[in-house]
Ligand binder design. Structure first.
Ligand code: NAD
Ligand code: G6P
Ligand code: MN
Length: 435
């Protein structure tokens, strides 16, 4: 049987992970699941951990759920390690959102200044996990969902010297579901070809007769008369400029709104922050009510309310990756993995988010090739920004951090970039020993 270790086990997403293992138990024999958290998350770990135990019991499967604050002990002989932690919890996220916003910049937890700060806090912890894995479970796979998932994967590959890593996001999963439904086709009858980096990828879609249906989907989703609707809960359904999307010739991801519609998104964020608060503040309330539900000793299944979180279905996708590796299934999934030439516009060794086949030896990216200028320009700037951010997170070098801020299109460059960087570094200093 398999031993799975989940770092950040106190997350409210944990019931989805459990559901994912239960659903696959016939082909994926998970016998031990260790949920690891830290002192600050102990109460959450206990509540959601007890709920996990009830779920497993109700399903009648043979799996022991362990709760612990001792990561090194938990990691011993693990087969798969999944990471879903948030350094500094939601209070840190709220600062990542509110501080840039105060200075007239997008306040978002994975993109812009906030995303870079989240990388600074997260990367040293992830690299510490990798060091423990080298000692305790040198053959295990690391399946990372901790954001910013692309930069975390890049850090593990480049600085952790750890090849067995796959980064995961639910955005492609949601897009595949939405678009299949829109075309009234089944997912298996369509081919989705994604390429780019986490939260900044584009894709094409083909049907089973060999025709490309990308233009039809662009028109249905973003044409002049389209109602864009929501793909993920955390991003409002802001329209795009239909001419601009048509020119791309590819489907954008929901996070492109921050880059293509910056002014509009900023305006909306400012208004929303005044009324219901930042997304982190909204999520804090949502999380409180989820944990109230999880406390119910009779609740032994994943409640519907979890779908109000932006990351819905990402833990299920993680279970599918583990299943595909364990059973060498060759399933087609969109993951963060080393480029190896699949996107020729990006460095060979970088992390990219691409359609891949998931096999026993990991992710095999499907070759994409080169992008047209509109995609290539933004993508190369953002990858360079990621490289600088990861380097700053590892070295704690202030000038490198400032360079990353300057390069990010969502950060206003110049004196105000320095002001925001300094304020964020100060606000998060307990989590930034490297600076
Ligand atoms: P959360 O705030 O509930 O944090 C999860 C747990 O991590 C908490 O219980 C916390 O105590 C714990 N934690 C913090 N620091 C830790 C450490 N050093 N070691 C072990 N545990 C630690 O977070 P959440 O809302 O459940 O999200 C978890 C993470 O997953 C975040 O980084 C979030 O951005 C990410 N996420 C990713 C996707 C995706 O598409 N990849 C989707 C949703 C969420
Ligand atoms: C999805 C993303 C995640 C993101 C999350 C936020 O959009 O793929 O990477 O962090 O949802 O959801 P939340 O409910 O925490 O705002
Ligand atoms: Mn994501």
């Amino acid at each position: 049987g398999l031993k799975i270790v989940t770092i950040g086990g106190g997350s409210s997403y944990t019931p989805e992970l459990i559901e994912g293992f239960i659903k696959r138990h016939a082909e994926l024999p998970v016998r031990e699941l260790w949920l690891v958290d830290i002192e600050a998350g102990k109460e959450k770990l206990e509540i959601v951990g007890e709920m996990a135990k009830r779920m497993v019991k109700a399903a009648g499967i043979d799996c022991d759920v362990h709760l612990t604050l001792d990561r090194r002990h938990a990691l011993q002989d693990a087969d798969f390690v999944t990471t879903q932690f948030r350094v500094g919890l939601l209070d840190a996220r709220i600062k990542d959102e509110a501080i840039p916003l105060k200075h007239g910049m997008i306040g978002q937890e994975t993109n812009g200044a906030g995303g870079m700060l989240k990388a600074f806090r997260t990367i040293p912890v992830v690299l510490g996990i990798v060091e423990d894995m080298k000692e305790r479970c040198p053959n295990a796979w690391l399946i990372n969902f901790t954001n910013p998932a692309g930069m975390v994967t890049e850090a593990v590959l480049r600085y952790g010297q750890w090849e067995k890593v796959i980064g995961l996001c639910n955005v492609p999963v949601m897009a595949v579901n939405t678009e299949s439904a829109l075309l009234q086709k089944e997912e298996k009858d369509l081919f989705f070809k994604f390429a780019g980096i986490n939260h900044l990828h584009w894709h094409r879609v083909y049907d089973k007769s060999g025709g490309e249906v990308t233009a039809e989907l662009i028109d249905k989703l973003y044409g002049p008369d389209a109602d864009p609707g929501k793909i993920v809960e955390n991003i409002r359904d802001m329209r795009f400029l239909s001419d601009q999307i048509a020119q791309l010739g590819m489907l954008p991801c929901p996070y492109h709104r921050y880059y293509y519609m910056t002014g509009n998104m900023l305006q909306e964020e400012l208004e929303e922050a005044q009324h219901e608060g930042t997304r982190g503040q909204v999520v804090k309330k949502l999380e409180e009510s989820l944990f109230e539900l999880y406390k119910d000793p009779n609740l032994d299944y994943k409640p519907k309310e979890l779908e109000q979180r932006g990351g819905a279905y990402y833990s299920d996708a993680a279970c599918e990756i583990i299943n595909s590796i364990y059973n060498n299934k060759g399933t087609q999934m969109v993951v963060n993995t080393r480029n190896r030439g699949s996107v020729s516009d990006l460095p060979y060794d970088s992390a990219v988010e691409v359609t891949s086949l998931i096999t026993a030896h990991g992710a095999e990216p499907v070759h994409f090739g080169a992008f047209p200028p509109a995609q290539r320009g933004l993508l190369q700037v953002m990858k360079a920004m990621e490289e600088l951010t990861v380097e700053a997170a590892v070295t704690g070098d202030y000038a490198t951090a400032l360079q990353a801020f300057t390069l990010n299109p969502l950060v206003t460059s110049g004196d105000v970039a320095k002001v925001v960087l300094d304020e964020l570094l100060e606000a998060h200093k307990t989590y930034l020993p490297q600076f």
